[in-house]
Design a protein around this ligand. Structure first.
Ligand code: DX5
Ligand code: ZN
Length: 222
């Protein structure tokens, strides 16, 4: 089943609760929260205090995408704030296995993220540990960027690997997912679709989430 995860990066941060509620009415089934530290990526966004406020504003799972250095130091803070899914970048973790264990030990669903230039083969051995693999289809840091085409081949290879290994992790795609790309992304094998600009960019999150999800489901024959 294909799911839509609205990314609040493109929402109006002064009205987050309203924005999230609208995206949920439009069919969003988890909220994607982009955490950036100004070191791992060239932008700064938000941290545990905002996650804590979001936790009170919605009952949907909060999918926290950590674009930060030293993520292990912050796992317990995100758990305390009410995060449900936490993903860490392969490129930011010297001890990825330990990071994923730490997330699970805190009762959250662990995910691993790959930048566009990172090959999926490097995470093969830890795939049994993850709830989701997040394939970045833009270089992380900003919303509204153009989808990088070769990500489709990575999604296909990851879906193939999932079948080969008999695993059930979800395949999440983040960056440039919009009306012109969503069908290809779904057909390549993605089942969790992150969308920021396509949901919040025009100021009509309910309408635009609903339309994007409908296009995704049609492409998936659901
Ligand atoms: C980018 C973030 C994305 C971002 C996607 O670094 O990880 O979650 O919100 O934005 P769009 O959907 O606008 O490409
Ligand atoms: Zn993200």
């Amino acid at each position: 089943m294909v799911e839509l995860l609205p990314s609040i990066l493109s929402a109006d941060f002064a009205h987050l609760a309203d924005e999230v509620a609208a995206a949920e009415r439009g069919g969003g089934t988890a909220i994607h929260v982009d955490v950036m530290d100004g070191h791992f990526v060239p932008n700064i966004t938000l941290g545990p205090p905002v996650v804590k406020s979001l936790r009170k504003a919605t009952s949907l799972p909060l999918d926290c995408h950590l674009m930060i250095e030293n993520p292990n130091e912050f796992i317990s803070a995100f758990a305390d704030a009410g995060a449900n899914w936490v993903s860490v970048h392969f490129e930011a973790c010297t001890h990825l296995h330990r990071s994923l264990e730490l997330i699970a030990q805190h009762g959250m669903k662990p995910g691993v993220v790959l930048n566009p230039a990172t090959r999926i083969e490097v995470i093969r051995d830890i795939l049994p540990m993850v709830h989701h693999v997040l394939i970045m289809s833009v270089n992380p840091g900003f919303g509204g960027q153009q989808f990088i085409g070769f990500s489709l081949e990575k999604i296909r290879r990851l879906a193939h690997l999932r079948r080969e290994l008999g695993l059930a992790f979800r395949i999440e795609v983040d960056g440039g997912v919009a009306h012109d790309t969503v069908a290809q992304v779904v057909q390549a094998g993605a089942d969790l679709l992150v969308a920021g600009n396509a949901v919040f960019g025009a100021g009509h999150p309910e309408r635009d989430a609903r339309a994007l999800l409908a296009a995704a489901r049609q492409a998936a024959n659901e």
